[in-house]
Structure formats: C-alpha cells, structure tokens
Design a protein around this ligand. Sequence first.
Ligand SMILES: Nc1ncnc2c1ncn2[C@@H]1O[C@H](COP(=O)(O)OP(=O)(O)O)[C@@H](O)[C@H]1O
Ligand SMILES: [Mg+2]
Length: 243
Amino acid sequence: MIEIRNLEKSFGANKVLQGINLKIPDGKTMVIIGESGCGKSVLLKHIIGIMKPDGGQILVDNINVFDLNIKQLNKLRLKFGMVFQASALFDSLTIKENVGFSLYEHTDVKQEEISKRIKESLNMVGLSGIESKMPAEISGGMKKRVALARAIIMNPEIILYDEPTVGIDPIRSGSINNLIKRLHGELNVTSLVVTHDMQSAYYVADRIAMMYKGKIIEEGTPSEIKKSDNPIVQQFVNGVSNE
Ligand SMILES: Nc1ncnc2c1ncn2[C@@H]1O[C@H](COP(=O)(O)OP(=O)(O)O)[C@@H](O)[C@H]1O
Ligand SMILES: [Mg+2]
C-alpha cells in the first residue's frame, strides 16, 4: 500500500502541496483529479522519490521513501512503472531499444530473452511489428502505448500514469483507457492515474481523489464523487473544464 502523510512542498512562495493525505490500497486503481497546475505531477514525482518534500512522508509498503539512500531508492523504483505526461521516448533509439531500455541497462538478462519480453510487452499494449521503427515514425497514441510497454516490461507492482490521455483524440483516449483497465486486471497491479479528464477518471477508477489548493478535498468511489456535495468538486466533475 502507498500512504501519503501530510506531504508539503513549496517552490519559493508557491505552496503547491499543503498537507496531502491519501491512502492507495493494493490492487486498486486510484485516480487523482484536479485542475491543471494544482500539483498532480509534483505529487507523482515525490512518490518515486525524484522530488524531496518540505514535510511529510510517503510510505510504500511501510517504508518512508524519503528515508532511503540512492541505492535503496533505486531498488524501490523497480516496483514502479511510470508513464510520463509526454511519452518521453528516446528519439534516437528504436522502439525496441526504448521498450527494452531498462533491461539492457540495468539487468544481465540475455539478448534473446530481452527480445522476447519486448515482443510480449508490445503485444500487451496492442502493438506488433514496429520494433525497428523510430519514435518520429509513429503516432502520438502509439507513443503512449510504447511508453506503457516500456513500463510493464519490468513487471512493476505499481503503475503510475501522468495524464495518459492528454493531447490525443477522444477515440484514441478511449482505447488508452481500455488498455489501462485491461492491464490493471491482467497484471494484478496497483494503478495510480493522474488526470484532469473526468471521462477517463470515471472509466478506470476504483476510487477518485480530488486535489485542490494543495490538499485532497474529496476521496471516494466514482459514484460517491459524483454525488459529492462539495461545490468545488461538483464544478470540476460536471465538466467546467479549464483546458
Ligand atoms: N521544478 C519546479 N520548480 C518550480 N516550480 C515547479 C516545479 N515543478 C512544478 N512547479 C510548479 O508547481 C505547480 C504544480 O505543477 P504540476 O504538478 O506540474 O501541476 P499539474 O501536474 O497538476 O498540472 C505549478 O505551479 C508549477 O509551476
Ligand atoms: Mg502534470
């Protein structure tokens, strides 16, 4: 389980996280919603330990991420698969090299086995036969899938998605949402999805938490969120989108 306790982070006078409290149960899909700029990506960066907080803790299986040294942190990171906001593929590497990157760089798994796992991961996200292509040769939606294949190849326990459907058309968003849901079931993982897209949130979430002004102001099942009597939540979920 991931437990976030009183997490605080400011950048100068910009108080981004002002005491975030949230529990993400094992095996569930938690979706964090909130308007653009409210600190969702900053929160994710704390969870994988690439940002340090001003206060508070994040416990992953009862270990505080911020107590770890670099070596321990790298070990912990193996539990996570991360799909970043921009797919962040390496432009000069082929799809095959992108997907297999962590295996090539951080393990001594044999070439043959790596090739097999690359193929399996690409198949899982509905792609095949594109191993030798370069990122510039494939569409935005395909890049997201490749980024996902790269995350799942390491058999993560937890998959973090930062705005997985941003910048792609509704049909492709739908298929990414299907994929998130299907992989969640097939891989038996805990998923944490950050988004400001309510359609996507309702579709993939077991639970939804809303961030506002540095805090979690509401948390519950999708139907509880829909029925929330908090006017800020209501305004957000009823599609008065700011983008
Ligand atoms: N490395 C950084 N240095 C300074 N300010 C930052 C940094 N990263 C994020 N911020 C600020 O933190 C706030 C939250 O950003 P972010 O988490 O990216 O928002 P969201 O993902 O919800 O759209 C923004 O005001 C942003 O400018
Ligand atoms: Mg963001």
